[in-house]
Write a protein that binds this ligand. Structure first.
Ligand code: GLU
Length: 474
């Protein structure tokens, strides 16, 4: 049987890193089997959907590399409403579902239990469709439902503990449980790989598959993702938006690799592996069902390694969005909250040749691409951004001598270093101490790129101007 998997996000907000992981799991399984990955946007909750979130999903797929051969979609759940209604009718006609006019209040009055499940009151009342009549699925009173789950074995559910659940609302529209199953049937899905949160829905959905006359798919419920306090990753508490990581300059390949390690590892001691190894070795059967810790520090370290491994020309290319845009200004950000903020220099001041000259030096020092801006801004600003704390600590009394020496010296990194060494020695200063005030005066900061190479690129005139400005400022 050809494998068909699907990723079925609801476009109700930013793209959660957990969703990214589910998408990748589905993608790997599709690729491994030469099967198909279907993107289905579950947009039936009109009050919570927004086109910008649909756009966010599509862009996230592209960014993660889910594209090309084996990719199908996006399909929109809302365009299958006719199929949903047909399925609801089929279940009613077969006596597998019945209409119910109970409200929360009447149910509570009868059972005296505010939180209890449905008591089956309308099961045999023979109600037909009507205003405010919900359609409920008639669940079996006995027996068990066994879910075949590639990650969890065979979770088993007692049927008598599953209430007669609603499958269509009073207005006739299908609820998630039914719409999701009908779409999976229509799209001939063979494996449902999704987050653990949906495990409680699964026995109900499996009953629907069977009641509609189809063999249920194989399921796989991948573990929840938690923060360092072992709390489920939440958008109120944690940084969960894939867009935010992208804007900070996490590389898609580092992110993909890291997300796959949540609950799984390749053979041997390896963690950083090319995607081809993931495709060769990943197996849902090897995924650990316990909660997986999303360790941002580890992800950041990973990213640094991925950045350092890039050929320098690619590094230059990958930094480009932070240096030359496209940018999103504060007003536009209000809309989505995402996008790259413009750097502090005027666009015409940016010089790609200057960046290319120092790129290799920056590449070994940053862990996020967005950090590149603070490493190179002093080249493109008239006066450097001033880090007040660094400035307060710097002893600038050395600078007049440096100005004198640097007015004459040959302008190359080696000569600049020798010259500063000599100036420092006259005052008993080691090179590190002598460098500090020069670095602050020229770059505005106490840490950054190697100093002498930076000065060589910045040029004599601009360097001297900054040293003089610092003396005047002191
Ligand atoms: N729209 C559901 C969600 O985003 C899909 C669940 C599923 O994969 O079946 O949680």
């Amino acid at each position: 049987m050809t494998v068909r998997v699907r990723f079925a996000p609801s476009p109700t907000g930013m793209f959660h890193v957990g969703s990214a992981r589910s998408a990748l799991h589905n993608w790997v399984v599709a690729k491994q089997s030469g099967g198909t990955f279907v993107l289905r946007i579950e947009d039936t909750d009109a009050s919570r959907n927004h086109p910008r979130w649909v756009d966010g999903i599509v862009r996230a797929m592209e960014w993660l590399g889910i594209d090309g051969d084996g990719y199908e979609g996006p399909y929109f759940q809302s365009s299958y409403a006719g199929e949903h209604t047909k399925a609801a009718q089929q279940l009613f006609d077969a006596g597998k579902a019945y209409y119910c006019d109970c409200t929360r209040e009447t149910l509570e009055q009868r059972t005296g239990n505010k939180y209890g499940g449905y008591d089956g009151f309308c099961r045999d009342r023979g109600l037909g469709p009507g205003d405010g009549h919900a359609l409920r699925f008639r669940t079996p009173d006995e027996g068990v439902t066994i879910v075949k789950d590639l990650v969890r074995g065979e979770p088993t559910f007692e049927n008598n503990l599953i209430e007669d659940f609603v499958i269509a609302r009073g207005d006739g529209s299908a609820v998630f449980l039914l719409a999701n199953v009908v779409d999976d049937i229509t799209m001939e899905i063979t494996q449902v790989i999704r987050a653990e949160e949906h495990l409680p829905n699964t026995p109900k959905q499996q009953m629907l598959w069977e009641a509609l006359g189809h063999t249920p798919p194989v399921w796989a419920h991948v573990p929840i993702i938690v923060n360092e306090k072992r709390q489920k990753l939440s958008k109120r508490r944690d940084k969960v938006a894939l867009e935010m990581y992208r804007d900070e300059g996490f590389l898609a390949e580092a992110m993909r690799n890291y997300l796959m390690l949540l609950g799984w590892a390749p053979a041997g001691d390896r963690e950083i592996v090319p995607w081809s190894v993931v495709e060769e070795e990943f197996s849902l059967a090897d995924v650990n069902p316990s909660p997986a810790f999303f360790d941002v520090k580890k992800l950041t370290a990973f990213n640094g390694e991925y950045i350092r491994a890039l050929p320098v020309e690619q590094f230059i290319e990958r930094c480009r969005p932070w240096l030359t845009g496209p940018f999103v200004d504060a007003e536009e950000k209000g809309e989505t909250g995402f996008g790259i903020t413009p750097p502090p220099w005027a666009p015409e001041a940016y010089d790609p040749a200057v960046f290319a000259a120092v790129a290799e030096l920056a590449q070994t020092r940053i862990a996020l691409l967005a950090e590149i801006v603070s490493y190179v801004d002093f080249f493109f600003l008239d006066a450097p951004v001033v880090d007040e704390a660094a400035w307060a600590k710097a002893d600038l009394t050395l600078l007049p001598d440096v100005i004198a020496a640097y007015s004459e010296v040959d302008w190359n990194a080696e000569a600049l270093k020798e010259s500063l060494l000599a100036v420092g020695e006259q005052r008993g200063l080691k090179l590190g101490k002598a460098q500090a005030p020069v670095r602050v005066a020229v770059t505005g900061r106490s840490v950054g790129l190697p100093l002498f190479e930076s000065l060589e690129v910045l040029g004599r005139e601009r360097t001297l101007d900054r040293l003089r400005a610092a003396v005047a400022r002191a």
